[in-house]
Design a protein around this ligand. Structure first.
Ligand SMILES: [Zn+2]
Length: 248
């Protein structure tokens, strides 16, 4: 049975919570997003350099991928030899090389490190990783961001990364067991992020079983929790704690 662990649930500048990141454990073990504060949060719950089969990066903002140099250097330092796949949007091979080289020059070069394979995710195309299939759709964010659908025989997880939902992501999320969606603000403050109303509408339209709200602006969190507590819903919506585990 697949499950997710919320390694982090915070937005970029949350003073207390690690950046939003999910550890998916099913037929494969995947890390969904790896921002700058994620490696330390991850090490507090797992110590195995061989644990991850792949890292999926929703987009290039630092709170979603700048933890990769430290994570890869740590795996190498702790004896990893098996390959790691890193999946992301257009140009992932190029930006991953640059990111790793900026973080720890030379450390992740092919002759000095376990193999790191970059795989480009493309909307409308299914990427099969053994028995796990991945599909993506672009959200409405300030830079290209891919929401991802992780599917295997016993359940479907969808994760928005950053950005407001749209017709493409509503299609992607259809029938998901669990949707983890960013909900930066209760009400619209700036474009490129989802509000509570946006997420509730897309979860209803897509007939999602359970929805988890992450990446909540730290000064909106209390309001969000009191709004949710005051309304009964047919489809459950939660604000998960960092470290919480959820069965898919
Ligand atoms: Zn972003």
């Amino acid at each position: 049975m697949a499950e997710i662990l919320f390694v982090g649930t915070g937005e970029a500048f949350d003073p207390r919570l690690p950046n939003t990141s999910l550890l998916y454990r099913g037929a494969l073990t995947l890390l969904l997003d790896c921002g700058y504060s994620v490696p330390h949060a991850l090490w507090s719950v797992m110590q195995d350099p061989d644990l991850l089969d792949a890292v999926v990066v929703s987009h290039g903002h630092a709170d979603h991928c700048f933890g990769l140099p430290a994570l890869c250097a740590w795996m190498r330092e702790h004896g990893r030899t098996r390959p790691l796949r890193v999946l992301g949007g257009t140009g992932v091979r190029d930006w991953l090389d640059r990111l790793l080289e900026l973080g720890y020059p030379g450390v992740c070069k092919p002759d000095r490190c376990f193999p790191i394979e970059a795989i480009e995710l493309v909307a409308e195309r299914t990427t099969e990783l053994e028995s796990v299939s991945l599909r993506v759709a672009a959200t409405s964010h300030s830079v290209p961001n891919l929401a991802v659908r992780v599917e295997e025989s016993d359940g479907v997880l969808c994760y928005s990364g950053d950005g407001a939902p749209n017709a493409s992501t509503a299609q992607l999320y259809r029938g998901a067991s669990v949707l983890v969606h960013e909900c930066c603000h209760v009400e619209a403050v700036r474009g490129g992020h989802a509000t509570l109303g946006d997420v509730l509408r897309v979860a209803e339209a897509a007939r999602v079983d359970r929805t988890y709200l992450v990446h909540v602006a730290s000064d909106d969190r209390a309001t969000l929790e009191s709004v949710l507590a005051s309304q009964a819903r047919r489809r459950p919506v939660f604000v998960p704690r960092t470290g919480e585990r959820v069965v898919i």
